[in-house]
Design a binder for this molecule. Sequence first.
Ligand SMILES: *Cc1c(COP(=O)(O)O)cnc(C)c1O
Length: 242
Amino acid sequence: MSNKIAENLEIINQRIKKACLKNNRDPEEIKLLLATKTVEPERIIKAFKAGDNLIAENRIQEVMEKYDALAGYPHENHFIGHLQSNKVKFLIEHKIKCLHAMDRKRLADRLQNRLEFEDSHMDILIQVNTSYEKSKFGIAPEKALEFTKYVAKKDRLHIKGLMTIGLFSAEKEKVVPCFRLLKQLKEDIDAAQIDGVEMKELSMGMSHDFEWAIAEGATIVRVGSAVFGERPYPDSYYWNEG
Ligand SMILES: *Cc1c(COP(=O)(O)O)cnc(C)c1O
């Protein structure tokens, strides 16, 4: 049987390189984060074997279900979904390296407390709702700086940059402003020189728009269906927890 996942990964990596070339960027600056929601461990392991060991889940339930099956393979797991603040302990227990979806004070408070308790720390990206859609999570762009300052006071949370989900549209002129706004916020926050805040990563771009995101400065692209195939439910199903 041919290995479709390895083939798809190769194609995506080529597309990333091409987008970098076109935009005068170094492909080394871009991390390909595999969005593995609904993907069973056997298929994730195929991606590991093909050389990509950076994955991300949306639902804590899936992190827990796949944990043992993946534990024997060196990899890094990020969390990119909306999380109820009473579930932060599961992130720590399952060795999540980076939370991309920090978007409210309560979540920051609870995560800091739990990390103190476990004597641990976690990388954090602040999620910004750059499309202003009511259905999307993320802090409002106007509040991003103030919120970053709030999170920065929590010594167990290491802020590494910003994350957004662009408007879900095939029209470039509607999607690109979301990415451009995130980049602008990164520069604004950088300029504020907040203690302990590193504005290095821009997590933006998915299967249908990662090339546009690279053009706008993405350093992490989150790609799922272009590698693993279409999912059985629309994304709204995964983005609204519960
Ligand atoms: C599923 C998901 C992705 C990847 O989406 P694809 O369209 O499958 O590439 C990226 N980011 C988040 C937050 C996701 O939930």
